[in-house]
Ligand binder design. Structure first.
Ligand code: PA5
Length: 462
């Protein structure tokens, strides 16, 4: 299991002004938390609650179909190209970066055990898009178009470009190089996929984009590149079982959610930093930033009161950002709660050779890079507490499919519990929809003529 250590967020360590009396707060919120957890588990199967992501670990069917598809196309493709953005890409990027061998796309086919390379096109910068298309042999590329809404302008444009290019290269056979992951009803992509006869995976109802990593959105690309999705889902299921515990003393997602909530609302820690001490986990911080920001950043609470809540997520990387951000974290405004993610055992141990005796560097010889990394993580944590800066630590024994399932699922549940504490709708994103609608209007989509008119007026007046 993951370990969660909150000692350095306690008033005992960082002082009353910046820390919480955590044991006391756990007692104060014991009943509130128990009823939130019981309520989430009670509501999760009800339509319209957007809690179906809590069942994804148990979806034997999706796991089976993802594996079957992967074995059907085995050895046929050199590359997987995922077209997706936001929740349709960030989880995939986080998990593949964590679980595939580092620099996967630079390895030979043999070193990849003949599994394909994987690319995520999660932006529409024309230069990088063209650059990627220049290096991919499209005949040997399987394009996975992922969009829950089936209409996101960025992804549908990418799809149209890729479809056209594939058709020109492959004639009628282009269809074999496209697989679609989308909603069964919403948007045009499902309709198109049916007409064109693409292999299609459905994102279940009531699973929002940022909570969709364990649906076909993630499982299909993971299976295609050889990630053990059975182990991944075992991690999710075991974590789910643990997080059903309504006792806050036994539930790390609830503890983490409550500490974040109280730090924000009582101690002015409006910024929430996630800092993994592992390059392989750096994109977990990206995925989490979206999960936290879109879920908790809300204008209204559930009772319609204007609240404008939500801690601002920040991503950092240990040790790299010790040399860029830590100065600010130690001495700048004391407005942050920092969560370290620590890996106890790396796959590799690298020894530093004993080749110099200079006093300035000789001490490093005979140690390992692993020792250095862990020493830096420990000293940064202690230095922060010397400056009365609260920190939390999540420890993972090893980066494996099982521990990644556990970690991401725990963070999802933590987000849902935090949303209940803020009393907001965790699962909507009106602030994202607004800009999406303006884009449709600007690009001339029919049905958006009024917005286009308003937008032109607003732009003219700036
Ligand atoms: O979490 C969300 O809902 C969003 O970030 C979406 O994932 C993102 O906007 C992409 O949407 P879609 O998957 O519909 O293309």
């Amino acid at each position: 299991m993951l370990k969660f250590n909150y000692r350095n967020a306690d008033a005992m360590v960082v002082g009353e002004a910046n820390g919480l009396n955590i044991a006391q707060e756990f007692d104060n919120y014991k009943e509130t938390i128990a009823s939130i957890i019981a309520d989430l588990n009670k509501r999760k199967d009800k339509p319209g609650q957007w809690l179906q992501w809590m069942n994804l670990g148990y979806s034997e069917e999706t796991i089976w179909y993802a594996k079957e598809f992967a074995s059907m196309v085995e050895n046929r493709f050199e590359n997987i190209l995922v077209l997706g953005i936001g929740g349709s890409a960030l989880g995939g990027i986080a998990v593949t970066e964590a679980l595939l061998k580092p620099y996967w796309n630079l390895l030979s086919a043999e070193e990849r055990n003949n599994f394909p390379r994987i690319f995520f096109l999660d932006n529409i910068d024309p230069d990088t898009m063209q650059g990627l298309l220049n290096v991919l042999d499209l005949k040997k590329t399987l394009v996975n178009v992922i969009t829950k809404s089936g209409s996101t302008a960025e992804i549908m444009s990418q799809y149209m470009i890729l479809k056209d290019m594939l058709e020109k290269e492959l004639g009628d056979d282009y269809r074999k190089n496209i697989v679609v992951t989308t909603d069964k009803n919403v948007g045009v992509l499902k309709q198109l996929a049916d007409q064109e006869g693409y292999k299609t995976f459905i994102i279940p109802d009531d699973v929002g984009g940022r909570f969709s990593v364990f649906s076909a959105v993630g499982l299909v690309p993971f299976a295609l590149v050889g990630i053990d999705i059975d182990e991944l889902t075992n991690g999710i299921k075991d974590m789910d079982l643990a997080l059903k515990n309504t006792d806050i003393h036994e539930n790390i997602a609830a503890q983490n959610a409550l500490i974040h909530y109280l730090m924000d609302t009582q101690k002015g820690k409006k910024l929430s930093v996630m800092m993994p001490y592992s390059s392989r986990l750096r994109y977990v911080a990206d995925w989490y930033a979206q999960l936290w920001a879109e879920s908790l950043g809300k204008e209204y609470d559930k009772n319609g009161n204007k609240v404008n809540v939500g801690p601002t997520p920040i991503k950092a990387l240990g040790v790299t950002d010790q040399h860029s951000q830590i100065q600010l974290y130690n001495e700048g405004p004391n407005d942050k709660l920092i969560t370290f993610i620590r890996v106890e055992n790396f796959d590799t141990t690298i020894e530093i050779p004993n080749i110099f005796e200079y006093t300035g560097i000789g001490y490093l010889g005979g140690k390992t890079i692993n020792d250095l990394l862990n020493a830096e993580a420990d000293s940064t944590k202690v230095a922060l507490s010397d400056y009365c800066r609260p920190t939390l630590t999540i420890s993972i024994d090893k980066i494996t499919p099982y521990s990644m399932g556990q970690l991401l699922y725990m963070l999802e549940v933590q987000t849902a519990i935090a949303g209940e504490l803020y009393n907001i709708d965790t699962f909507n994103q009106p602030g994202v929809e607004q800009a999406k609608n303006y884009t449709y209007a600007l690009m001339g989509r029919s049905g958006y003529e009024d917005s286009a008119q308003q937008l032109q007026e607003k732009m003219a007046s700036v």
